[in-house]
Design a protein around this ligand. Structure first.
Ligand code: NAD
Ligand code: MG
Length: 339
């Protein structure tokens, strides 16, 4: 069993005297900054001047500056910028201000593990990665609870990096729920594999293939949408609350039997072999190189693939059906930073 750390294992007083910078006031950034500030820490935040996030941070009453200004001031710098911009911002606005004994922190291991960012050896490097989106990290904290986190130490010249990581996890509420120690390598590789094979890639392809099979067989696309996409949430909520067994318990016996006898015809030996190859691409750095190159080119393939998804039949049906669902309040437009 991996060991778990709780409030009693984390000492906030190691972080208390530090000047803390939270760079990026987005999903994670606003939650880390507000929770740490409410925990009595000395926090300043940075974002792009004039962005929505900038205005939000000002309205939330936090001390605010540019990445340059806040990095220069700080001893502990948490980088909560989008992963693909971190290297550029690090090179131009963070690295010039790093002093021996400073601490650089991340919520995802990609840029350190794949050596996009190589901090000086006299700087501590740590990760605190909540296993949930920022709004949940903020809301649970305000409710006196927390979201479980992973933490890791990449380099520790000062000898206090683990204590700082645990203190950070406590300051954002994570140790109330429990935090697990990992490495940058394991966090990065499992995260990339999970999103590719299961969460984003695997589930989207499964939904599309099911929808297309029904529509090609002549069934109304509306029915295909409900069956293959809409109801996915009901099933996933059951997994989330009680695992595979709760799902089996909650659906009809017919669904349970049909699923258990047929599911393995979808995820075949061939699929499993492909999963292993995807994992190898993650481990070897081949995926990371491809993604870094794609960004360097201005994301041409990404734009094409996004456009193809938007024009898929299931998106057209969904856009017509979702207004029937009064309980949905999610705007149809992509968010500011998604384009
Ligand atoms: P986000 O897109 O929600 O927020 C990023 C913020 O950075 C935005 O406010 C944006 O305005 C700002 N920004 C972008 N470019 C900037 C620049 N050049 N200078 C200053 N500010 C700039 O990002 P996020 O989802 O909070 O992700 C941040 C980090 O947290 C990533 O490393 C991500 O992998 C990690 N993470 C995210 C989640 C999640 O659920 N969202 C969970 C765990 C870890
Ligand atoms: Mg993830």
């Amino acid at each position: 069993m991996t060991s778990m750390y709780y409030d009693k294992d984390a000492d906030l007083s190691v972080l208390q005297p530090k000047k803390i910078a939270v760079l990026g006031y987005g999903s994670q950034g606003h939650a880390h900054a507000l929770n740490l500030s409410d925990s009595g820490m000395n926090v300043r935040v940075a974002d792009r001047k004039g962005s929505k996030a900038w205005e939000q941070a000002k309205n939330d009453g936090l001390e605010l500056g540019t990445v340059d200004e806040v990095s220069q001031w700080a001893d502990v710098i948490m980088v909560l910028l989008p992963d693909q911009y971190q290297k550029e911002v690090y090179d131009s606005q963070i690295a010039p201000h790093l002093k021996p004994g400073d601490t650089l922190a991340f919520a995802h291991g990609f840029n350190i593990h794949f050596k996009q960012i190589v901090p000086p050896s006299e700087v501590n490097v740590m990760m605190i990665a909540p296993k949930g989106p920022g709004h949940l990290v903020r809301r649970t904290y305000q409710d006196g609870k927390g979201v479980p986190c992973l933490f890791a130490v990449h380099q520790d010249p000062s000898g206090e990096t683990k204590a700082l990581a645990l203190a950070w996890a406590r300051g954002i509420g994570g140790t109330r729920a429990g935090v697990i120690e990992t490495t940058f390598k394991d966090e990065t590789e499992t995260d990339l594999f999970g999103e590719q094979a299961v969460l984003c890639g695997g589930s989207a392809e499964l939904i599309k293939a099911g929808f297309e099979t029904l529509v090609e067989a002549g069934y109304p696309p509306e029915l295909a949408y409900f069956e293959c996409l809409h109801e996915m949430k009901l099933i996933v909520d059951l997994y989330y609350e009680g695992g595979l067994s709760l799902m089996n318990y909650s659906v009809s016996d017919t669904a349970e039997y049909g699923g258990m006898t047929r599911g393995s015809r979808i995820i075949t030996d061939e699929t499993r072999a492909e999963m292993k190859k995807m994992l190898e691409d993650v481990q070897s750095g081949a995926f990371a190189r491809e993604w870094i190159e794609e960004n360097a080119q201005g994301q041409p393939r990404m734009q094409q693939l996004r456009a193809a998804t938007r024009s898929h039949g299931i998106e057209e049906v969904g856009a017509r059906l979702r207004p029937m669902m009064s309980w949905l309040n999610r705007p149809e437009e992509p968010r500011e930073d998604e384009e």
